[in-house]
Design a protein around this ligand. Structure first.
Ligand code: AMP
Length: 223
């Protein structure tokens, strides 16, 4: 099964992707995570990506498509693929279609998770992570037992950090970018006749997952 997971930042795509791949044995490819990993290396490419990411803007299509085409080719797992955050523009969607058609492995469904802007801003601006172990926290919804420090790496007192692009002004910009450039991708997929599953992501993560699993079953994509 190959699925594209779409929706505004903070709607819960990453959380649902992790829950789903654990249940369905798929490979999860998040373009944002892949780009952040490239940035850690501090290469020219990493610095180029940082310029756009920290401003809440999209990385140019050519760059995105070349990085993601390689990641998809390297992760062509039998269990399926969950694409999260890619494609985000119509040219990216077209490039993906071409790559998957050439490999005779077309998409099975597009899942769109939505949420209100105010909830999104609250969710994203409260997000913190541990730079050492990667654990994600939320100042209101999932605080660390150790306050501003990671409760896993508690021996070392590792201070939690906020992603540069999780600050409110950048989040608002990311929402604008989503509406202008990514929402048209949903219409693009609607026209292809692919199974479209649209969900409200504002509830509890486990309820959203249950709804999603049920929708996949109704669409005939799982037993
Ligand atoms: P995310 O973690 O998915 O919210 O992505 C973080 C940032 O990475 C975005 O705000 C963009 O700057 C960049 N990015 C991730 N995926 C894409 C994509 N498919 N196209 C363009 N830029 C992207």
């Amino acid at each position: 099964m190959r699925i594209v997971l779409m929706g505004p930042p903070g709607a819960g795509k990453g959380t649902q992707a992790m829950r789903l791949v654990a249940k369905l044995g798929m490979v999860h490819l998040s373009s944002g995570d892949i780009f952040r990993a490239v940035r850690v290396g501090g290469s020219d490419l990493g610095q180029e990506l940082a310029k756009y990411m920290d401003a809440g803007e999209l990385v140019p299509d050519e760059l995105v498509v070349s990085i993601m085409a390689q990641a998809i080719a390297e992760n062509d797992a039998a269990g399926g693929l969950m694409l999260d955050g890619f494609p985000r523009t119509v040219p990216q969607a077209e490039a993906l279609d071409q790559q998957l058609a050439a490999a005779n492995k077309p998409l099975d469904a597009v899942v769109v998770i939505v949420a209100e802007d105010d909830l999104i801003v609250k969710r994203i601006t409260g997000r913190r992570s541990c730079p050492k172990c990667g654990k994600i926290f939320h100042v209101n919804f999932m605080p660390s037992a150790d306050g501003d420090f990671c409760d896993i790496c508690s021996d070392e007192k590792v201070a939690l950090v906020q992603r540069e692009d999780d600050r409110e002004n950048v989040v608002r910009q990311r929402l604008k970018t989503y509406r202008a450039q990514t929402q048209p991708v949903i219409d693009y997929y609607r026209k292809t006749g692919l199974a479209m599953i649209e969900l409200d992501g504002s509830g509890r993560p486990e309820d959203v997952t249950a709804e999603l699993m049920k929708a996949l079953q109704v669409a005939g994509l799982r037993n």
